[in-house]
Design a protein around this ligand. Structure first.
Ligand code: FAD
Ligand code: SF4
Length: 508
C-alpha cells in the first residue's frame, strides 16, 4: 500500500525531504488549501493568494513529473477545514494510515501532526544550511548567542566569501559602511513584477470573495508564483539593485517601499528559492566585479546569518517562545496598525505600504512599527499576531524570533543584547519622513513633539531597573540623569499623556 506525502504551502521545493523520501510509483502527494490555516490569523489577502497560487502551480509541476497528487481546493465541497481532517479523509480514500511529511515551521502544526490518529513521520526540513542539531551544538554552553559569531561559523562552513580561510575583503562584516541616507530616484529599478496567469486569476477571485474583510489590498497582484519566476526576480535584483543594497540597507523614503531591497523573502520562505541559489547568484556578481563587497557581504549575512540564526532560536526555545513577555507589556495593539488614522508620518507610511504590498523592509519593521510598539508597551503577543498576518513572508519560525526577540525584547535578551529603541532622531537621520510629518522631530516636549522623542524617555525611565546596568545603555541613562528634574518630569508627563490618548482611541 502506498503512503501519503503531505506537502504544506511553505514546502514548495522539489527537493523537500518528504518528496525525496517518497516513491513516485506508489505514494500519493497530499496538498490542501485549508480554511483553518488561512484564518488562523487574518492574513493579508496578497499573502493568501501567493500561497494558494504557488501551491496550485507546484501541484501541476509535480503531476507533470509523474506524481499522483490529491489536491484539495479551498472551495471543494468535500474539503475538511484542517490538515489532520484532510489527511484522515485522504487516508480513508487511499486505504492507508502512513504519512510522511517534512517538519512544519511552526510548533502548533508539529503538535497537531504528532497527535493525529495516523502514523505520521516528520522528516527534518533540510532546506537550511544549518540543521537544528548543529545549531544546538553551537549554542550549547555559550553564555550569549550572538548572531555575529554564528554567522562566522556559517561563512567558514559554506566557504561563501572566504579567501584562503579568511573573510573576503579582510573583514567579516562591513555594516559600518551601510548606513547611508537615500535620495528619491526615479531611475531606481523596482522589484520584478509578474502579470497573473489564468491559475492566479482564479485564485484572486476566490480570495476576493472569501477574505474580503481582511486588512490589505489584494490587487494589483504581481508576486512570482513559480520557481522559474522567482529565479527571474532574484536575477533582476542581483543585476540592478544589489550594488546599492549595502549602502542603502537602512534607508527609508516616502512612497518608496522597496529601495534597494530584494523582496524575495516570500519566495524563499515558501520554498520557491533556497539559500544556496541566492548566495551563489550574489557572489557571482561580486566575483565579476559588479558589486562592492559591502553589498555582497551584507546580503549574504542576512541569508546565512540572520535567517538561519532566527530559525535556530525559534526551535531551540520551544513552543512557549511566542508567549514570552519579559517586559510585562500589556497595552492593546492600537487601531493605527490596521490602517487607523495617525499623525505620525513614519508609521503611516509603513502601515500604508504594508496594506498595499504585504511588504515593509527591515528597518521599517524594526525601527518604525516595532520601535513604536516597544516604546508604547504594546502586548508582544498581539504584535506578533499582527506581523504574522500582514507580511507575505511571515511564517512563525522566522517572524516570532524577529518580533518577540529582536524587536520587542520580550525574550529577555536572547537575541538582542539591548532593546532596539530610538527617538525620532534616528528615523530622521535615515529617512525623509519627518519633513512632511505633523509632528516636529526637533521638539522634545509639547503638543508638536514627536511621539518617539517622548516615549523613548518614558520607556527608559519605566525600565530603569532592568537596563541601567547594561553597559551599552549607560550613556543614555547618563544623558537622562543629566537633564534637570523639571525637564524630566515634563517629558514623562507628556509621554503619559500620549499613551492616554492612544488608550482612549484618540488620533496620535
Ligand atoms: P532584504 O532586505 O533584501 O534581505 C535579504 C534577505 O535576507 C531576506 O529576503 C530574508 O530572507 C533575509 N533576512 C534579512 N533579515 C532577516 C532577519 N532579521 N531574519 C530572517 N531573515 C532575514 N523576515 C521574514 O522572512 N519573515 C518575517 O515574518 C519577518 N518578520 C520580521 C519582523 C520584524 C519585527 C523584523 C524586524 C524583521 C522581520 N523579518 C522577517 C526580517 C526582514 O525584515 C525581512 O526578511 C525582510 O524585510 C524581507 O524583505 P527582502 O526580501 O526585501 O529582504
Ligand atoms: Fe515619525 Fe516623529 Fe519623524 Fe513624525 S517626526 S515622521 S513621528 S519620527
Amino acid at each position: 500500500v502506498g503512503r501519503l506525502v503531505l506537502v504544506l504551502g511553505d514546502q514548495l521545493s522539489h527537493s523537500v525531504s518528504a518528496l525525496r523520501e517518497a516513491d513516485k510509483t506508489s505514494d500519493t502527494v497530499v496538498m490542501a488549501e485549508m480554511m483553518d490555516e488561512a484564518r488562523y490569523v487574518p492574513h493579508h489577502p496578497k499573502k493568501i493568494a501567493l500561497i494558494l497560487s504557488a501551491m496550485r502551480h507546484f501541484a501541476e509541476e509535480l503531476r507533470a513529473e509523474g506524481w499522483q497528487v490529491a489536491y484539495t481546493r479551498l472551495d471543494d465541497p468535500e474539503a475538511t477545514r484542517s490538515i489532520v481532517g484532510e489527511l484522515m479523509r485522504r487516508a480513508e480514500q487511499h486505504e492507508t494510515t502512513e504519512v510522511i511529511t517534512t517538519q512544519p515551521g511552526e510548533w502548533r502544526l508539529i503538535k497537531e501532526l504528532n497527535n493525529a490518529p495516523l502514523r505520521v513521520r516528520q522528516l527534518p526540513d533540510d532546506r537550511f544550511l544549518c540543521s537544528l542539531e548543529e545549531f544546538d551544538r553551537w549554542a550549547r554552553g555559550r553564555k550569549e548567542l550572538r548572531m555575529e559569531y554564528f554567522y562566522r561559523e556559517m561563512r567558514r562552513k559554506t566557504g561563501f566569501l572566504m579567501e584562503g580561510g579568511k573573510p573576503a575583503g579582510g573583514k567579516w562584516n562591513f555594516d559600518h559602511d551601510n548606513r547611508k541616507r537615500a535620495q528619491a530616484d526615479m531611475l531606481r529599478a523596482s522589484p520584478m513584477q509578474f502579470a497573473p496567469d489564468e491559475v492566479t486569476r482564479q485564485v484572486l477571485d476566490l480570495v476576493e470573495t472569501r477574505f474580503d474583510g481582511n486588512f490589505g489590498q489584494l490587487r494589483p497582484f504581481w508576486f512570482a508564483v513559480t520557481r522559474a519566476q522567482a529565479l527571474r526576480a532574484l536575477d533582476h535584483f542581483a543585476r540592478h539593485l544589489l550594488p546599492g543594497f549595502g549602502d542603502y540597507q537602512d534607508a527609508m523614503l516616502n512612497d518608496d517601499p522597496f529601495l534597494h531591497h530584494s523582496v524575495i523573502s516570500m519566495y524563499l520562505n515558501i520554498g520557491l528559492l533556497n539559500p544556496v541559489d541566492i548566495c551563489t547568484r550574489i557572489i557571482e556578481e561580486w566575483q565579476a566585479g559588479r558589486v562592492p563587497i559591502n553589498a555582497a557581504e551584507g546580503y549574504v549575512r542576512q541569508i546565512i546569518g540572520w535567517r538561519e540564526y532566527m530559525r535556530g532560536i525559534y526551535f531551540r526555545e520551544g513552543p512557549d517562545y511566542v508567549r514570552r513577555n519579559a517586559l510585562g507589556h500589556d497595552r492593546d495593539l492600537p487601531a493605527l496598525y490596521w490602517g487607523g488614522d495617525t499623525r505620525m508620518n513614519c508609521v503611516r507610511q509603513a502601515v500604508e505600504q504594508t496594506g498595499k504590498e504585504a511588504y515593509a523592509h527591515h528597518i521599517q519593521r524594526l525601527m518604525v512599527t516595532g520601535n513604536f510598539a516597544l516604546l508604547a508597551g504594546i502586548d508582544p503577543v498581539q504584535l506578533h499576531e499582527w506581523y504574522l498576518a500582514v507580511y507575505a513572508d511571515a511564517f512563525e519560525w522566522v517572524e516570532a524570533p524577529n518580533v518577540i526577540g529582536m524587536s520587542q525584547f520580550a525574550d529577555g535578551g536572547i537575541i538582542a543584547s539591548k532593546p532596539y529603541i530610538s527617538s525620532g532622531n534616528y528615523i530622521n537621520r535615515m529617512s525623509d519622513y519627518c519633513g512632511t510629518c505633523a509632528y516636529s522631530v526637533g521638539d522634545k516636549t509639547g503638543a508638536r513633539a514627536c511621539p518617539f522623542n517622548l516615549l523613548y524617555w518614558g520607556f527608559l525611565d519605566r525600565h530603569r531597573e532592568r537596563f541601567a546596568g547594561n553597559p551599552r545603555m549607560t550613556p543614555v541613562y547618563r544623558t537622562w540623569d543629566g537633564m534637570d528634574a523639571g525637564r524630566r518630569s515634563e517629558i514623562l508627563s507628556d509621554a503619559a499623556q500620549r499613551l492616554d490618548n492612544l488608550d482612549a482611541g484618540r488620533v496620535v
